[in-house]
Ligand binder design. Structure first.
Ligand SMILES: Cc1cc2nc3c(=O)[nH]c(=O)nc-3n(C[C@H](O)[C@H](O)[C@H](O)COP(=O)(O)OP(=O)(O)OC[C@H]3O[C@@H](n4cnc5c(N)ncnc54)[C@H](O)[C@@H]3O)c2cc1C
Length: 438
């Protein structure tokens, strides 16, 4: 039975919020009929994008499509419906000695959402985006057909849908490859960097590591700009694990999670609280170069342990600003961006810096290209649009672009890189906003 509800919906940044008709279906036939009646519609997974990408007056909620279809251990492949969460996938596959090849910084995204955003992880320079590991998916198109899309069947639609932000149709099921692991631990190194010169040198020196990313203190100024911690890691082999972890190598103890029960008042997050957090974060490791073993979930999804952490930014919400600029202009561009943010005083707790590897030209809608990418949160306040406009100007000057799945208000020319996605039916508020001001 189809369920129809009018709800106030919003994505992870709680900005913007809209009233929408939310449709949930048991069967594909029901969905097909309803889609044929609508003039505009967009798919919605778990609402873990930040801005308006999965918002429309009518949306299809996919979370009821949460069945596994196949898990083939011999060749490490999994097939499931598009509403299955990555958290459900890893719960099934880790004890069997597998992990997802490309995962974002939260496990609470659906498989459909992962394909539509063509997500990247800490290993982009080694394993590319999620699309690299997808074998096929099925797509319900605007004229009601179900198309199987792979590298050699409906190839055009396959690549347009990867990173296509739901604008080519509704992904119904997908099959993708997994990575074999011996343990559920990462051999981790955390290295303090005093400034941009040090962290850029560390990125160069860490290219042979599978996973690397830096956490950065965005409110530092002058010679301390770029003060950060490089986090790099490799899947730990069984023979390298300390004895006490070996016993439950594929079943580490579950971590306790916390819940933020209410929106924080708007004054709670300010330059002073951010500075205190950053100081504690930088010094918590107690030495310049720390080596240890951490379980997969703590390494990949540290924020997932605090449910609803988005409420820390208060009722007005926040945006996430993520851009990439070409590698050869990386340090200069990053310095200018960080100077602008520090001067504004509007900054976030967790700022993530990463060096992307080369992109796959076939996956033309994917966000990453070879260069430096920075992701940070900004609280929504009356100075934000001016700050974003200034930052967009710098990103544009350096030949960069903005990640669509996190965009809420950037200059449309920085997010208009999608191709072959024009469907009169599948259209998000984000896509309309971008197209109307181009
Ligand atoms: C804490 C946090 C950390 C993150 N870290 C990263 C990261 O490291 N790397 C990264 O790349 N991203 C990251 N993201 C972004 C996130 O991975 C993407 O926004 C992802 O697409 C969200 O999936 P979802 O299921 O919640 O989809 P939604 O947010 O509901 O939708 C996102 C897009 O996917 C489309 N979509 C969803 N389901 C379908 C479907 N079945 N068929 C067609 N289209 C569909 C929607 O229309 C929309 O355009 C992060 C987000 C958060 C909150």
């Amino acid at each position: 039975m189809a369920i129809k509800k009018t709800e106030n919906i919003t994505n992870w940044g709680n900005y913007p919020a809209i009233d929408a008709e939310v449709l949930a279906f048991q069967s594909v036939n029901e969905a097909r009929e309803e889609i044929s009646r609508c003039s505009k519609i967009i798919a919605r997974g778990n609402g873990r994008c930040y801005g308006d990408a999965s918002l429309q007056k009518t949306v299809i909620a996919t979370k009821r499509w949460n069945k596994f279809i196949a898990f083939e251990r011999q060749n490490g492949e999994i097939e499931c419906e598009s509403g299955v969460l990555l958290s459900e996938v890893i719960e099934l596959i880790i004890p069997a000695g597998f992990f997802i090849v490309v995962t974002p910084g939260t496990k609470f995204v659906t498989v459909g959402g992962a394909i539509a955003s063509d997500i990247h992880g800490k290993n982009h320079h080694v394993d590319g985006c999620f699309s690299e590991h997808v074998i096929f998916f099925t797509l319900l198109t605007e004229n009601g057909e179900i198309k199987k899309c792979s590298r050699d069947e409906n190839e055009d639609l396959f690549w347009a849908t990867m990173g296509g932000m739901g604008l080519t149709g509704l992904i119904l099921t997908a099959r993708f490859k997994l990575k074999k692991i011996e343990t559920a631990y990462i051999r981790n190194e955390a290295i303090q960097a005093k400034n941009l010169d040090e962290i850029f040198t560390l990125f160069d020196a860490s290219e042979s590591w599978t996973y690397n990313v830096a956490w950065l203190d965005c409110l530092q100024k002058g010679k301390n700009i770029g003060k950060s911690i490089m986090l790099r890691g490799e899947h730990a082999r069984l023979d390298e694990l300390p004895k006490k972890l070996k016993k439950h190598a594929l079943n580490p103890k579950k971590k306790i999670s916390f819940d933020i029960p209410f929106y924080f008042p708007s004054f709670a997050l300010n330059p002073v609280t951010i500075k205190i957090f950053n100081w504690l974060f930088y010094h918590k490791q107690g030495k310049k170069h720390l080596k240890n073993f951490v379980d997969l979930e703590s390494f990949f999804y540290p924020l997932d342990a605090i449910h609803n952490w988005n409420k820390i930014y208060g009722k007005k919400g926040f945006i996430q600003y993520q851009f990439v600029i070409p590698k050869h202009k990386g340090k200069e561009g990053m310095r200018q961006i960080l100077e602008t943010i520090a001067a504004s005083g509007n900054g976030s707790f967790l700022v993530v810096l990463k060096l992307f590897g080369r992109n796959n030209p076939l996956a033309y809608n994917a966000f990453p290209f070879e260069g430096y990418t920075l992701a940070l949160d900004f609280k929504v306040n009356n100075k934000l649009t001016a700050l974003v406009a200034t930052l967009d100007g710098i990103v544009e000057k350096y030949g960069g672009r903005i990640y669509r799945t996190k965009d809420a208000m950037s200059k449309p020319s920085l997010t208009s890189y999608l191709k072959n996605i024009d469907s009169p039916k599948f259209n998000s508020l984000q896509n309309e906003r971008i197209n109307s001001t181009l």
